[in-house]
Ligand binder design. Structure first.
Ligand code: SF4
Length: 321
């Protein structure tokens, strides 16, 4: 849960998640939709899908026990070097160094690494340095201390060196370079995509479609739509995308709203239209599934954050048009 997400945000979900899925067996038995619903609005849904898959693997192939072995644990879905090292050291006190962004910053300052931390050579060197420092008797405690040092004291900007337990070991501090390390690389500009989607009303029901289980927002539900092409109006894009995705002909009744939403690597501007069903039978090209639902059933399905921004507007709009 903590991948790419702050503790404060995770705490809003953690307790409820543990209440619903108190052990691996319960999580493995759950339907993926139930898990996604519990994860709704926290983002990065691949984490939920992987956690669910991992629970099933542990129950079906590993006797219900989390492997106390780096290589076997690393094979679980969603587990990379960082999670494997963190879980093996923090939970089982195995001697693996954890290298999150905070630890990388601390190490780069301790050893005065003045190049970008993103190159493979520097990444390797950070790993070697951290391994050398690792307290092999208390690796879990060491890793937590390093992460905490980076998060609380050796902060990205203005590290609080007077509160640091290791200034005498810190080459950056000794040379007065702590505010210049690590080197900041310029972030790439984030593109914005213009999307149009339609809330199609037919006989007191609306159409929702489910995204394929792999990829961004996989397994979540949404309203049919897609990117606005150059030279197209959002209305034209909505009608075209609905036809392409679900094979229905629709008419635009009115614009419902425009929402903006930011993902990690891009932003979207989403124009939402209220549409009237005109003709055709649903045939899917792209989505994994679809449902005609009443608006009061909308809470049963997990939707992405962008859709949640306009769901409240739909309430009370269940009449046929
Ligand atoms: Fe970070 Fe300052 Fe401590 Fe060096 S002395 S590790 S820069 S907090």
């Amino acid at each position: 849960m903590l991948q790419q997400t702050q503790v404060k945000k995770v705490l809003e979900y953690y307790q409820e998640f543990i209440r619903r899925f108190p052990n691996i067996q319960r999580l493995a038995k759950a339907d993926l939709q139930e898990v996604l619903k519990a994860w709704e609005k926290m983002g990065y849904y691949a984490r939920a899908r992987n956690l669910h898959k991992a629970a099933r693997m542990i129950v079906q192939e590993m006797n219900g026990e989390i492997p106390v072995d780096y290589a076997r644990f690393h094979k679980l879905p969603g587990v990379g070097d960082y999670i494997a090292a963190a879980v093996q050291s923090l939970a089982f006190d195995k001697p693996f160094p954890v290298l999150d962004g905070n630890v990388k910053r601390v190490i780069s300052r301790l050893f005065l690494i003045e190049s970008s931390l993103n190159t493979p050579t520097v990444a390797r060197s950070l790993k070697v340095r951290t391994s050398e420092l690792l307290d092999r008797d208390r690796p879990g405690l060491f890793n937590q201390a390093m992460m905490e040092l980076g998060a609380v004291v050796c902060r990205p900007r203005k590290p609080i060196c007077r509160a640091c337990p290791v200034p005498s070991l810190c080459q950056a501090y000794q040379k007065g370079r702590q505010n210049h390390i690590p080197m900041i690389t310029k972030a790439k500009p984030v593109p914005t995509h213009h999307i149009a989607c339609g809330v199609i009303f037919k006989d007191n029901q609306i159409l929702i479609t489910q995204r394929n289980s792999s990829g961004l927002l996989g397994g979540l539900w949404e309203f049919p739509g897609g990117k606005v092409r150059p030279g197209e109006t959002p209305e034209q894009a909505c009608v075209r995308e609905v036809k392409e995705e679900v094979n229905l002909s629709v008419e635009i009744v009115e614009p419902l709203t425009r929402v903006k939403h930011a993902y990690t690597h891009f932003r979207i501007v989403l124009d939402v239209f209220r549409c009237r069903y005109h003709s055709g039978e649903v045939a899917l090209r792209g989505p994994a599934d679809y449902r005609w639902i009443r608006i009061n059933e909308i809470d049963k399905y997990p939707f992405p954050g962008a859709t949640h921004k306009f769901i409240p507007l739909l309430v009370g709009q269940g009449r046929p048009d």
